[in-house]
Design a protein around this ligand. Structure first.
Ligand code: NI
Length: 228
């Protein structure tokens, strides 16, 4: 499931993040953190994970996603990888087609996270750069994603994906992975659809015997599938 979540960062938070991610920030060659297949494809800059800049930004991203009820319903997070930050532009301007590692270890927490779900939080406005689309190859074909600053895209960790070359300007983003309580993308999708439609039914009709019963179905499915 590809899901676009709007306004995860407020304009104030975007401003703070952008100020911390300026040219003086501790940017490293992105290839220093890529394994095997990815190292050939990756041409970007990544913020040093051990910097004060990174720690401050990680806290901001984690608290922003965790206050969003749609994020919780769509991802059902068990563990969230400490957010990373990247920059595309100039000669380090793309990341060719690749699949993210299935299990990843965070430098910051020393914790292993299974990458059921991938997330990108856009921090540059679309008119600040040319190119730089996140292209996700899924069963419905290619999805090309370029969102407003502060918006988040959630997509399956199993997807082949790439970032097209940024031919003008700079594209700055945060990215991270989630190990979900519900491992299967298909099951998460069913739960999310049920939850969203229950919300709409309640808005329209208030609490009824049917919404109560369907909420029971939601929780009983979650109980059957969730691994905490
Ligand atoms: Ni990737």
């Amino acid at each position: 499931m590809l899901l676009h979540l709007k306004h995860i960062f407020s304009s104030k938070e975007i401003g703070i993040a952008r100020a911390l991610l300026n040219d003086d920030a501790p940017w490293l060659d992105g290839r220093s953190s890529a394994g095997g297949q990815a190292v050939i494809q990756k041409q970007n800059h990544q913020l040093s994970q051990d910097s004060d800049h990174a720690r401050q930004l990680q806290t901001m991203v984690l608290s922003a996603v965790q206050r969003d009820p749609l994020f919780f319903s769509a991802t059902l997070p068990k563990k969230i990888f400490n957010p990373l930050f990247n920059r595309y532009g100039g000669h380090a301007n793309h990341y060719g087609a690749h699949v993210d590692g299935a299990v990843l270890r965070s430098n910051a927490t020393q914790q292993w996270v299974r990458s059921d779900i991938s997330c990108t939080l856009f921090l540059s406005e679309p008119d600040e750069y040319e190119g730089g689309e996140l292209v996700v190859h899924d069963t419905f074909g290619q999805q090309r994603v370029k969102l407003a600053a502060g918006d988040l895209i959630v997509y399956p960790g199993t997807s082949v994906h790439q970032v097209d070359a940024v031919t003008k300007g700079q594209r700055i983003a945060s990215f991270f992975w989630i190990e979900s309580m519900v491992r299967s993308d298909e099951q998460r999708r069913l739960l999310f659809d049920l939850d969203m439609n229950l919300l709409k039914l309640r808005e329209r009709q208030g609490e009824t015997a049917e919404t109560t019963a369907l909420t029971g179905c939601y929780h009983n499915l979650l109980r059957m599938w969730a691994d905490t």
